[in-house]
Design a protein around this ligand. Sequence first.
Ligand SMILES: C[C@](O)(CO)[C@H](O)COP(=O)(O)OP(=O)(O)OC[C@H]1O[C@@H](n2ccc(N)nc2=O)[C@H](O)[C@@H]1O
Ligand SMILES: Nc1ncnc2c1ncn2[C@@H]1O[C@H](COP(=O)(O)OP(=O)(O)OP(=O)(O)O)[C@@H](O)[C@H]1O
Length: 270
Amino acid sequence: MLVFPNAKLNLGLYVTGRRPDGFRTLESVFVPLPWCDALEVLPAAAISLTLTGIPIPGEPATNLCLRAYELLRADFALPPVQLHLHKVVPIGAGLGGGSGDAAFALRALNDLFQLQLSAEGLESYARRLGADCAFFIQNKPVFAIEKGDVFENINLDLRGVACKVIYPGLHISTAEAYARVTPRPLRHGLREALGQPLETWRHTVSNDFEDALTPHYPVLSEIKAALYAAGAAYASLSGSGSAVYGLFPGQETPPNMSLPAEYQVWEGQL
Ligand SMILES: C[C@](O)(CO)[C@H](O)COP(=O)(O)OP(=O)(O)OC[C@H]1O[C@@H](n2ccc(N)nc2=O)[C@H](O)[C@@H]1O
Ligand SMILES: Nc1ncnc2c1ncn2[C@@H]1O[C@H](COP(=O)(O)OP(=O)(O)OP(=O)(O)O)[C@@H](O)[C@H]1O
């Protein structure tokens, strides 16, 4: 079975408090971003994982795809599988790349071996692999609360919105990014702000990681300014960075921008 784990973007992100387990509570809207890895899952004589594409830091044994397999194998009589991951989505980018791989591995194993797990069942396994993972089970725009793993519906029509995502090659660890943010109780309504025309979001929708990280990584505000200069109606850091995106409503494709060759860029319709 071949699947294509996509990435995500955060529209607004507010870190609102700290939980007894040390994790932060947040409010954010998650939307799927069709920048994809490729993951193949096949029944095999022995368990294996092969990797191509962008190098992934850390031991392959700790790869989230294998961790997803081990999690299900603890509860179901799963046969061995061979996994192949072709990594495309930048790592440490705030795009949830690893989380998407884990969730798509859970979904593929559920389908391949007919485990009959519901979306809610898969979400509970996904939560155990990372805060972002559960989003990728249903993989549709949601209003996220708690650790970013509890969801409410949101009506958001992003058809016809072109998007450019720029990754400056800077790996920001999620834990480091959270350590730099001071949680604050919610100041205003994200849901209401996103219900207004996209052109107003620039003044009403923000990401708490941006203020916390920009003094340490000025390149983030430079990219955001370049996106606005290129005509974006809204630009923001995604998640804990370092990817920054711009939205260009009513355009087939975003405008060309002259960027350093080492930057990775995705563009298309959301
Ligand atoms: C920044 C976001 O991408 C926004 O969508 C996510 O909150 C990050 O989620 P994630 O990468 O799946 O994070 P995890 O792998 O679960 O956690 C990594 C580390 O980030 C911190 N962390 C993460 C999520 C959260 N709600 N509070 C936290 O404090 C913790 O220090 C944790 O040890
Ligand atoms: N399949 C995978 N893809 C990417 N990273 C993985 C994967 N499996 C395990 N990891 C580990 O997770 C770390 C990346 O996590 P990190 O949270 O920083 O970034 P991310 O997954 O790109 O997304 P986000 O920044 O949104 O959380 C890597 O350094 C790597 O050690």
